[in-house]
Design a binder for this molecule. Structure first.
Ligand code: IDP
Ligand code: MG
Length: 153
């Protein structure tokens, strides 16, 4: 099974959508292995969004992520990285398909509800960036055989 990082962005906290968005991942069958509220610094955001540093909107995107605390989550599942990216939908909420999180809740490219890791390699780096080891929990999942066939996980 894979682990992936999701960040509920400040727009989600401000709009009171935290519970609804977390419920999406839970209902899908992803397993929650870590969750905390934290205020992101410009330093950690510069690292996290390093791939955007030449873009004109770099500072604005970072500032938007520091409007208020965010909620960082670690979700586990088979192919969790791809599953969560698919649930999140296209970056621009206006283009994101209905049924996806961004498609259902966002009208914006920047204020797009969630961050989701884009590959297993990135997920491993990002989980280290936002969680200490003792903040992630591996535990027995009692309903695994209701979520998967026994040759799927
Ligand atoms: P992703 O979140 O779908 O992986 P990335 O290209 O990695 O998209 O961009 C990271 C974040 O930067 C996006 O989620 C969005 O908040 C912001 N962003 C990306 N492109 C733009 C843009 O063209 N204008 C403003 N913000 C952008
Ligand atoms: Mg990205």
């Amino acid at each position: 099974m894979e682990r992936t990082l999701v960040i509920l962005k400040p727009c989600t906290i401000q709009r009171g959508l935290t519970g609804e968005i977390i419920a999406r991942f839970e209902k899908k069958g992803l397993i929650l292995e870590g969750m905390k509220m934290t205020w992101l610094t410009d330093e950690i955001l510069s690292e996290h969004y390093a791939h955007l540093k030449e873009r004109s909107f770099f500072q604005r995107v970072k500032d938007a992520m520091a409007v208020c605390p965010v909620i960082v989550c670690c979700w586990k599942g088979v192919d969790a990285v791809n599953v969560v990216r698919t649930l999140a939908g296209a970056t621009n909420g206006r283009n994101a398909a209905p049924g996806t999180i961004r498609g259902d809740y966002s009208m914006s490219v920047q204020e797009n509800i969630v961050h989701a890791s884009d590959s297993p390699e990135t997920a491993a780096i990002e989980l280290k960036r936002f969680f200490n080891e003792d903040e992630l929990f591996s535990y027995e999942t009692k309903n695994l055989l209701s979520l998967y066939a026994n040759d799927e996980f």
